[in-house]
Design a protein around this ligand. Structure first.
Ligand SMILES: [Fe+2]
Ligand SMILES: [Fe+2]
Length: 145
């Protein structure tokens, strides 16, 4: 694994670490049991993404980014609005914008990055999860308009 590829994987990991933190914040505002359950599952997806990508780095002798709870990267806007929302709808709307960011980044990674096959396989699986997250949140919000 070359440095460019390692750096790219690190940036994906940071994105997924932010996603976990954003999901944790969102969960505090979500009261509908079925939605809470689903969002909780998606948080676990993001945790798994962090683990899978980190394992790839570790296997290549690289040091993965630390898991932290303070969001200052990709999600800062969505996260800040999450902090100020009072209801479930506001939380879901903030998560919608976060998932759009995640999907854009994973799409770029999947389509344009020059990745080793075993890395691409993980990115592909993760991207599939991200698309599911986005379309679920879109569906839930649509029903409520
Ligand atoms: Fe993720
Ligand atoms: Fe996601």
């Amino acid at each position: 694994m070359n440095k460019d590829q390692a750096d790219k994987i690190k940036s994906l990991i940071k994105l997924d670490i932010d996603a976990v933190a954003a999901y944790e914040e969102a969960l505090q505002h979500i009261e509908t049991p079925s939605i809470h359950k689903t969002i909780n599952m998606y948080r676990e997806d993001h945790r798994r993404h962090v683990t899978l990508l980190s394992d790839l780095l570790t296997g290549a002798g690289e040091v993965p980014p630390e898991r932290t709870k303070d969001v200052k990267g990709f999600f800062i806007e969505g996260f800040t609005s999450l902090r100020s929302v009072t209801g479930e709808d506001g939380a879901l709307k903030a998560m919608l914008s976060n998932e759009k960011i995640t999907n854009r980044k994973y799409q770029d990674a999947y389509e344009n990055w020059d990745l080793d096959p075993e890395v691409l396989a993980v990115v592909s699986d993760n991207y599939e999860d991200e698309r599911r997250h986005l379309s679920y949140i879109e569906d839930v919000l649509q029903v409520r308009v």
